[in-house]
Ligand binder design. Sequence first.
Ligand SMILES: [Zn+2]
Ligand SMILES: [Zn+2]
Length: 184
Amino acid sequence: MIIDLDDIKERGLSLELIEAFDHFPALNELHADGEAVFIQPLDIRVMARKFEGMVIVEGSVATAVRLQCCRCLQEFEQSLDATFSVTYARHLPDAEAGADDGEVELQAEDLGMLAFEGDQIDLTESVQEQVVMAMPFKPLCREDCLGLCSQCGADLNAGKCGCRDQEMGGKFAALKDFKVKKTD
Ligand SMILES: [Zn+2]
Ligand SMILES: [Zn+2]
């Protein structure tokens, strides 16, 4: 995911790329851990423009993953889409004021920019960050997934297991005992 600055002409540079997930270290790690199994390559579209010594990259990334539902533990497939806009700056406004590298990096982040060196911009980090952020924090196979029975572990999406009635009965029974004791 490298852009040569020379390729960005006055009208900008438009790119459409299909990239394998394993070109992105963070995504490769998720895949290897089984946290998100990539079932489609990344469809990446970007438009890069130069502006006052900076490079503005706007784009989108789309892919699909297999995730595990956090309620019922079944695997399901989900498409991921994200749009992004990133500004890359060669020299930040205060970079020459004698600040050390750590401070310069902090400033770049504060301004929502990324720093670049040389004549190329590597989009790898920006793209993989978008994909990671597009992933659900708590994956659900469907909004109203019923999950597993806390008693017997049955998948309640497949039907009732019969534990629920017993559980209610148990609670009421305990309440009744409590009342009896109190009035004694
Ligand atoms: Zn589920
Ligand atoms: Zn049950």
